[in-house]
Write a protein that binds this ligand. Sequence first.
Ligand code: ACO
Length: 384
Amino acid sequence: MTVCEYRAGLEGVPATQSNISFVDGQKGILEYRGIPIEELAEKSTFLETTYLLIWGELPNKDELEAFEHEIRYHRRLKFRIRDMMKCFPESGHPMDALQASAAALGLFYSRRALDDPAYIRAAVVRLLAKIPTMVAAFQLIRKGNDPVQPRDDLGYAGNFLYMLSEREPDALAARIFDVCLTLHAEHTINASTFSAMVTASTLTDPYAVIASAVGTLAGPLHGGANEEVIDMLEQIGSVENVRPYLDDCLQRKSKIMGFGHRVYKVKDPRATILQNLAEKLFEKFGRDNYYDIAIAMEQAVEEKLGHKGIYPNVDFYSGLVYRKLGIPTDLFTPVFAIARVAGWLAHWKEQLAENRIFRPTQIYTGLHAIPYTPITERRETLVD
Ligand code: ACO
């Protein structure tokens, strides 16, 4: 076996072979099954794109209609799942609520038949259908309200906005939200997808796979960054304060949220599309001071850090769009999860097709053959 050099964070180390998506971080290219993200954002829908990611090609009209119908039919939650969610602390983070609820699906749908295509399809449909309902349900429950039932006359994105706000969704808002889901659906072997694949490789159930990925996405260096971007823009407060804020961050060597990416060394193509979507929303619903701050921030960061390849990533503009859509800040990452379920499931299915359990190695840096010290002879506890 070849002995590999250790790379912190596995940077540049291939963890799998995949034909689901492709990123060129130097040229700013992202493709799903070979189709550029710009094409999909303009011409496709989230569910159609999801079908493409999971089954490898765009569905024909009948296939798409059947898929959409199945998802519509499975959106509701069992009353026991809703009751379980009512017991969650209302101050808990919605990502924790989502992780627990996704894992709980394994209790309610415990059959496991990973070599049965019908089982795979049922799990895919169930997860895609129920995760948005879970996110919306927790939002209403923590406000002291009963969750609303999904509406069969609404599309995937519009129905989610409806379940969250209990109001008729605006058509432009629903379309823009659908595009946001498409943009976040898949992104090669990022931390949460890797987590999903490691879990999948043990041949556990798909609900455990998605729950582990949700837990990984929650961290501030991954999906959690979009929340922190809004906190940062709030702290900056005005365009004039952008440069002093940035200088202070750089002096303290703290990371600027929404900037930088392990793979992209130019502006993330999804950030460009999201910025355009934000502008469309501002045109219809009024411009936002945060957007002016964001533009000034992008310019200032480019001047100071562009030479290091630090540009806006997907999280920089997604928060602005979600905020304008009326989505509460701490639901930004759960909304990211709603979209990324598509990619996680695509990788789950790909992993199962040629599975080998993940079991990397390590470089041991500890000691050897140390004699056991009886407890009475160990060092004393230091008291301040
Ligand atoms: N602000 C300031 N400097 C940065 C930033 C940033 N956001 N990101 C990277 N750098 C600098 C680092 O300080 C480092 O500089 P140095 O070489 O002089 O020490 C260099 O760029 C490389 O940075 P690393 O942290 O080694 O890059 P890595 O690939 O490990 O991290 C990451 C990528 C985690 C995304 C990082 O850029 C970051 O923390 N960004 C902010 C958080 C964020 O927006 N996360 C969302 C990412 S997108 C997603 O997950 C959906």
